[in-house]
Design a binder for this molecule. Structure first.
Ligand code: PLP
Length: 392
């Protein structure tokens, strides 16, 4: 059976060039980057090269890049680090209702410690209004954190406008750019951010490694206690192999950004048009004009998303639901609920996310299979039968 992977927002395949770059650091160049001997110096040099590669991708200085264990740690480090370093007695954060759990659950944990948090709502477009962010700012606000692109909908937030507002109010601004770095141009100067999270495995790099960009002069408390690694901002022996992989993935992403962005957007559009044309009662979720080139989120009325994903998987196509399965019960996704979808609409929503290794053939295979899968699922849906009977 031909297999098609359309779940690149969950994770991406490692690029062969990245794998090659990492290889020597498993068996030969295994030094500790803090050691002063030859082995250590080789590891240190590789880490510093990777720091330059990552910095170049986002227009930062190498000294502003802090390597982490991934996007989740970078998000935690940004929120907790700014709050803990802030001197004021009352502390307030502004964020949105559609952030990744790495930000949302960190904000919830901070609330339990007395920090006040405003979760700004977004409309059906899935895009936050900068005026709403500004209205939420208070004298006690220490941080604004708004994601660059949403992982479920792919919608891109007006980060430049929000950055301007944060600057005018002299408040630190963090963006979770895990879904954008390597997919669309990301420039920390243009965006006006003080902190930015990224993760290697979303850009054809390895899992378990990422980075936090920290603008020079930002006052941040380290999340963990330990040695003086990463200029005292993140203790622990560096994951040299992973960091080398992240660096190489960043270099490749920079080289391919323009051409790949256009190619992948064309594939995504072809998939979307094909689906909307061949499947009745299907619709796009979120603003189609302000989206990542890689992502489409669609709903198919009268189907259960989980059943759809399983049926597609049995026929070789990997995609994902907009609904997360938590503790055995199907909870509608907080993102889809936040953009105003009814629970049954959220549960019938599917995300297709593309990457560098997808081809036109992948899209054709998906379009061959998908209408049939939807038809089968609707045929066994009592709600669909009822709705059809009413129409007749
Ligand atoms: N933020 C966003 C928007 C994400 O999509 C993800 C991963 O799904 C993360 C953070 C977490 O990144 P990591 O998997 O590297 O911890």
């Amino acid at each position: 059976m031909r297999r098609v992977y359309l779940d690149n927002n969950a994770t991406t395949a490692l690029a062969p060039e990245v794998y090659e770059a990492m290889k020597p650091f498993w068996l030969e160049d295994y030094g500790n980057a803090s050691s002063i001997h030859w082995y250590g110096q080789r590891a240190k040099a590789a880490v510093e090269t990777a720091r330059e590669q990552v910095a170049r991708l986002i227009n930062a200085r190498p000294s502003e890049i802090v390597f982490t264990s991934g996007g989740t740690e970078a998000d935690n480090a940004a929120l907790v680090g700014i709050v803990e370093a802030a001197r004021s007695e009352t502390k307030h954060i502004v964020t949105t209702a559609i952030e990744h759990h790495a930000v949302l659950h960190t904000a919830k944990a901070l609330e339990k410690k007395g920090v006040q948090v405003t979760y700004v709502r977004v409309g059906p477009s899935g895009v936050a209004d900068p005026a709403d962010i500004e209205r939420a700012i208070r004298p006690e606000t220490v941080l604004v954190s708004v994601m660059h692109a949403n992982n479920e909908l792919g919608t891109i937030q007006p980060i430049e406008d929000i950055g301007r507002i944060a600057r005018e109010h002299d408040i630190y601004f963090h963006t979770d750019a895990v879904q954008t770095v390597g997919k669309i141009p990301v420039d920390v100067e243009k965006l006006g951010v003080d902190l930015l999270s990224l993760s290697a495995h979303k850009l054809h790099g390895p899992k378990g490694v990422g980075a936090l960009y920290v603008r020079k002069g930002t006052i941040l408390r380290a999340l963990m206690h330990g040695g003086h690694h990463e200029r005292d901002r993140r203790p622990g022996t560096e994951n040299v192999t992973g960091i080398v992989g992240l660096g190489k993935a960043a270099e490749l992403a920079r080289e391919h950004l323009d051409t790949e962005g256009r190619r992948i957007a064309a594939l995504r559009d072809r998939l979307e048009e094909g689906i909307l044309h061949s499947v009745p009662l299907s619709a796009i979720n979120g603003d189609p004009a302000r989206r990542l080139p890689t992502t489409t989120n669609l709903r198919f009325d009268y189907i259960e998303g989980e059943g759809f994903v399983i049926a597609m998987d049995l026929r070789g196509v990997a995609c994902s639901t907009g609904a997360a399965c938590s503790s055995g019960s199907l909870e509608p996704s907080h993102v889809l609920s936040a953009v105003g979808l009814r629970p049954e609409q959220a549960r019938s929503s599917i995300r297709f996310s593309l990457g560098r290794f997808n081809t036109a053939e992948d899209i054709d295979t998906t379009l061959e299979i998908l209408p049939d899968v939807v038809e089968h699922l609707r045929a066994v849906s009592p709600h669909y039968k009822g709705a059809v009977a009413i129409v007749k």
